[in-house]
Design a protein around this ligand. Structure first.
Ligand code: SAM
Length: 288
C-alpha cells in the first residue's frame, strides 16, 4: 500500500527522499530514514525527519531549518558573535528561533537574566523540544520565556529594554517575509537600550545576493553601525551564509569570554575572522 506523502517527499527503489525546492531553480535531495513527526500547524507544515547524512532535521514547508549534524554552526554563530560584542548582555530577545538552538546557546551566559523567545508557531517549539534534543537541549532554564506571537507585533509594542536582539527567522517567504521589512528593523532599534545591538541571518551571498544586500541596506539605514559576518552551514543552499549586525554602539568582539563557553564551532579565532568577507561580498556591499 502506498502512503500519502506531502509533495516534497517521494519514494523510489532507494527509499524515502525529501526534495528541498530552493525557490524553483535548484533542488536538493535528502535520503530519509524515517518520518519522526508531522503536523500541519495553523502557520505551516512542520516535520521532523531522520535523514542519513544530517541526522534529525526540522523541516518547515519543505525547507530544512536546522539539523542535529550542522545546527550548531548556525546557532553558535548567530548567538555568540553578538553576545561577545555586547560587554554585559542582561536581557536578550530572540525572534523566531522555535528550534530552541539559539536559546540554548544564550543560556550559557551567567550575565543574562532574561531570554524572551517570540515564536509565531508553538508546534515548532513542542516538536523540537521532544524530537530534536541535540539542537534544543531540552531547554528547562527558568530564564527562558516563550511568547507565541508574531515577531513584528511584539517588537512594535516593546519598550526599549533589550541589550541584544537575535532574529533567528526562516527564509523571507511566508510568515517570515515581514521579518526583513524596514519598519521591523526600526521597531528592533526602538526595543533596544541605548547601547544595544541586533543580528539577523541575511541569506546566501551566492544564491540570494539581492536579498542579502537589501537586508544589509535596510539595517544600515537605521543603525549607526552595521557589519556583516559569515559561517559555512552545509544544509543551507550554497553553504556560505551571511549574518548582519546592526549596533548602536559596539562592534568589536571581545574574545575573552568565549574561552569559557562550551562550543563545537565558534572559538576566539572564528569570532574575529568571521567578519573577514570574500572579495565578491565586499563588492556586493560596496554601494554602502
Ligand atoms: N536557523 C533557521 C534558518 O536560518 O533557516 C531558522 C530556524 S527557526 C526554526 C525559524 C523560526 O522562525 C520558525 O520556527 C518560524 O515559525 C519562525 N517565524 C517565522 N516567521 C515568524 C514571525 N513572523 N514571527 C515569529 N517567528 C516567526
Amino acid at each position: 500500500m502506498t502512503r500519502k506523502l506531502p509533495t516534497f517527499l517521494s519514494e523510489n527503489e532507494n527509499g524515502l527522499w525529501m526534495t528541498e525546492d530552493e525557490r524553483e531553480n535548484l533542488k536538493i535531495d535528502y535520503r530519509i530514514k524515517e518520518i519522526i513527526f508531522e503536523e500541519k500547524s495553523p502557520i505551516q507544515h512542520v516535520m521532523i525527519l531522520d535523514s542519513y547524512s544530517f541526522g534529525r532535521m526540522l523541516v518547515l514547508d519543505g525547507i530544512v531549518q536546522t539539523t542535529s549534524i550542522d545546527g550548531h554552526i548556525y546557532n553558535e554563530t548567530i548567538s555568540h558573535v553578538p553576545l561577545n560584542i555586547h560587554p554585559n548582555p542582561k536581557k536578550v530577545l530572540i525572534i523566531g528561533g522555535g528550534d530552541c538552538g539559539v536559546a540554548k546557546e544564550v543560556c550559557q551566559y551567567s550575565s543574562v537574566q532574561q531570554i524572551d523567545v517570540v515564536e509565531i508557531d508553538q508546534v515548532v517549539v513542542e516538536a523540537c523540544r521532544k524530537y530534536l534534543p541535540e539542537v534544543s537541549g531540552g531547554l528547562s532554564d527558568p530564564r527562558v520565556r516563550f511568547i507565541f506571537e508574531d515577531g513584528v507585533n511584539y517588537a512594535q509594542n516593546s519598550p526599549a529594554i533589550y541589550d541584544v536582539i537575535i532574529v533567528d527567522s526562516s527564509d523571507p517567504i511566508g510568515p517570515a517575509e515581514v521579518l526583513i521589512e524596514k519598519n521591523f528593523y526600526r521597531s528592533l532599534f526602538n526595543a533596544l537600550k541605548e547601547d544595544g545591538l541586533m543580528v539577523c541571518q541575511s541569506q546566501s551571498p551566492i544564491f540570494h545576493g539581492e536579498a542579502m544586500e537589501q537586508i544589509f541596506a535596510r539595517i544600515d539605514d537605521i543603525f549607526p553601525k552595521t557589519k556583516m559576518f559569515t559561517a559555512v552551514v552545509p544544509t543551507y543552499p550554497g553553504g556560505l551564509w551571511s549574518f548582519t549586525l546592526g549596533s548602536k554602539k559596539y562592534t568589536a568582539p571581545n574574545s575573552v569570554r568565549i574561552r569559557e563557553l562550551d562550543t563545537l564551532y565558534i572559538n576566539e579565532q572564528l569570532l574575529e575572522s568571521c567578519f573577514a568577507l570574500p572579495e565578491f561580498m565586499i563588492k556586493q556591499l560596496s554601494f554602502r
